[in-house]
Design a protein around this ligand. Sequence first.
Ligand code: ADQ
Length: 467
Amino acid sequence: MPPTNNDRSLVIVANRLPVQRVRRGTTSTWQTSPGGLVAALHPLLRKHGGSWVGWPGGEGGSSRAFRHDGMDIKPVTLSAGQIEGFYEGFSNGTLWPLYHDVLRTPRFRRSWWRSYVEVNQKFADAIEPLVGPGSMVWIHDYHLQLVPKMLRQRRADLRIGFFLHIPFPAPELFARMPWRAEVLEGLLASDVIGFQTRAVAQNFLRASRRLTRATGSGCTLRLDDHTIRVQPFPIAIDIEEFESLANAESAGERTRSLRAKFGPKRKLVLGVDRLDYTKGIDVRLRAIEEVLRRGEFSARDMCFVQIAVPSRENVDDYASLRREVEQAVGRINGEYAEPGQVAVHYLHRRLSREDLVAYYMAADVMMVTPLRDGMNLIAKEYAASRIDGTGVLLLSEFAGAANELRQAVLVNPFDIDGMAKAVQTALTMPPAEQRRRMRSLRNAVHSYDLYDWAARFLGALRGDQDA
Ligand code: ADQ
């Protein structure tokens, strides 16, 4: 049956597929990937019957569609040259630093751009045969900004939505990009474009009016005969998942065991991030070093634990960040560790969800101090896991989450003295104030969850005015 207006079929498009290959001996099987986005969209695909289009990771492989766990999966495979040009190059060497306020110098290489156009076309070609008349296509993130236009040129009937998970820079920075008009026009073929915050949506509206023929005021743009709704849709977490992990009996045991290992009388300060230069791990370490240098707290009183997931290790800026972080950890411990009491613990690995929640529950202070971040889910996950109502969140003003989590201790991550002072404030914060602030943080994360977020975006894409 052709889909009706209220029951349009749905295609999700993201750089990565929601499944990964797991090898066991000589055979391999697909497994649904852990992670928020997949968890939120999977039930929708199961309910509406739809597909997910994405790269399975690695080089080559089969692009034959298959069914897994109630979803139709369509792999878009990449050659070694495309991984280098499209993924490591244009996506992570050009767009990522440009969109994060030029924290590293973006490289504008023409060969990377050509590869980006080629792979976006490959995605559009893969999507088209999957979509029925009037279907909804929801495209995610900065890797695929040209896909809306490529699809629209062939299929005027589709409802196309795009959500950007990362920031969009001020037009003055975005204007540096040689292919700025192509990228904006690629996006402007969508019906709905969603951003993490109002400020970032404003950047996009200003850039579009300045650098393309688009006109309009408020959150509606017009380009030729097409109307585009541009709006903030701040992403949320699966609150129930975190609360039930935190309430599990085993979580209490894991937390007690962590506290015992790190020293039950010491204050535990925690950082959890992908090892990415936008997350400010190096600056955070310098702030901890400054706290120890001031002498009010020593390694006998506190320890800092940094958990960092390996990330994009083939991109130069990431390899050098890893070296910098490892050197800083060594330097601080060399200077400030006490016999049997390390000042900084550094774990370069991914944790299970259960262990992650146990760390959140064990941490007296959580440092979420990115130099720039679209949202930052760790901040919300920490608040969700603090079922005892205590704990202090130190949060960067430059994370999207700072718009919602106003009762965190807000810090400027470029100000090392200011951050050191904030750590000291957090370490000595009276329990009554901790509880007052944490209550407000927990109310904020309870106000809507990841499923509400997806429903709101899809409501807007369907054309509901109040979404
Ligand atoms: P990221 O920058 O990858 O994504 P972030 O918001 O920091 O995302 O979330 C990372 C996720 O990875 C969290 O759910 C966290 O639990 C998990 N994680 C991190 N370290 C981990 C570890 N060591 N072990 C296990 N799990 C770990 C982009 C944007 C963000 C935006 C998200 C969602 O850059 O700004 O919030 O998308 O839109």
